[in-house]
Write a protein that binds this ligand. Structure first.
Ligand code: BTN
Length: 257
C-alpha cells in the first residue's frame, strides 16, 4: 500500500468516506476496511458510537453532536511512530482553533484542551501495516448528556464559540490539517516536536504519571526526540515515560484522562 506522506508526496485524506448513523466504534470499522484493502486516507465517521473507546482501555462517551471519526494511514515503519500521535494532536488543536478562539493546548500525549476543558481525544491503533487514527471532537455536545465525571472536565466547541458548528466543516478542516501534519511528520520529527511543544500545557508544572509501574512524580519537562514525556523527579533525575496518564498535582484544574 502506498503511503502519500511516506513517499514524500502530500497525503490525500478523505477518500473513500464512510459516514454512518450508529456504530460500535469507528476504529473497528476502519480496521475492517484495512482487511478489505482500503487505501490510505479512507475515513469512517459515525453520528453516534455505542462502544466508543478511549486511551488506556477507557470507554469514550460518543452521543450525537460529536465528530467521531477514524482515518486510515499506512506510514513507513522506519519513521518515529511515537511522534505520530503528537502530530495528530497538533492537527486536532489547529482544527479546533479554526472554529473557536484558542489557544488549544495539548496535555501529553494527545488530549486537546481549551480553557482547561478537554474538547478532543485521540486513540491510535495499529492494524497490520496500517495505523488507525481515531479522533473524537466534542463539536456540538450538550454536556448534560455526558456521564457526570466526563462533563465535569469536558468542553464542546459550540459552547466555547457560542454558536452552532457544522461537523462536516470540522471534518474537512481536520483532514486538511492532518494531511499537512502527517506529511511534516514523514519529512522529519523536528517540526512536529516544535509545534507540539508550543502547545504543551504541562511544561514546568508538578505532575504525577500513572503508568504500568509505580506512579512517577515530578516536574514535567517537555518531550524527548521520540515523544516520551520527561519528568524531573525530586532527586533531580529525569524519567522518560512512553505511555500513561498524567495528572497535574496542583493547578487550576485536573481534566486529564
Ligand atoms: C481518549 O482521549 O481517551 C481518546 C478518545 C478517542 C475517541 C475516538 S472517537 C472515534 C474513534 N473511535 C473510537 O472508538 N475511539 C476514537
Amino acid at each position: 500500500m502506498t503511503a502519500g506522506a511516506a513517499t514524500g508526496q502530500a497525503a490525500r485524506l478523505g477518500w473513500p468516506l464512510v459516514w454512518v448513523g450508529e456504530l460500535g466504534s469507528t476504529n473497528d470499522l476502519a480496521r475492517l476496511l484495512v482487511g478489505a484493502g482500503c487505501p490510505e486516507g479512507a475515513v469512517v465517521v459515525a453520528d453516534r458510537q455505542t462502544r466508543g473507546r478511549g486511551r488506556q482501555g477507557r470507554a469514550w462517551a460518543s452521543p450525537s453532536g460529536g465528530l467521531w471519526c477514524s482515518v486510515l494511514l499506512y506510514p513507513s515503519a522506519d519513521l518515529p511512530q511515537g511522534l505520530l500521535s503528537l502530530a495528530v494532536a497538533v492537527a486536532v488543536a489547529e482544527t479546533a482553533e479554526q472554529f473557536v478562539p484558542g489557544p488549544a493546548r495539548i496535555r501529553w500525549p494527545n488530549d486537546v484542551e481549551i480553557a482547561g476543558r478537554k474538547v478532543a481525544g485521540i486513540l491510535i491503533e495499529t492494524a497490520g501495516a496500517a495505523v488507525v487514527v481515531g479522533v473524537g471532537i466534542n463539536v456540538g455536545i450538550e454536556l448534560q448528556v455526558m456521564p457526570p465525571e466526563v462533563a465535569a472536565r469536558a468542553g464542546s466547541l459550540h459552547l466555547i464559540a457560542g454558536r452552532p458548528i457544522e461537523r462536516r466543516a470540522v471534518l474537512e478542516a481536520l483532514l486538511a490539517r492532518l494531511a499537512d501534519r502527517y506529511s511534516a511528520w514523514a519529512a522529519g520529527g523536528e517540526a512536529v516536536s516544535d509545534a507540539w511543544s508550543s502547545r504543551d500545557m504541562l511544561r514546568g508544572t508538578p505532575v504525577a504519571v500513572l503508568h504500568s509501574g509505580p506512579a512517577i512524580e515530578g516536574i514535567a519537562e517537555g518531550i524527548n526526540r521520540e515523544g516520551a514525556l520527561r519528568i524531573r523527579t525530586a532527586t533531580g533525575a529525569i524519567r522518560q515515560v512512553v505511555a500513561g496518564d498524567v495528572h497535574q498535582i496542583c493547578g487550576p484544574s485536573d481534566p486529564s484522562g
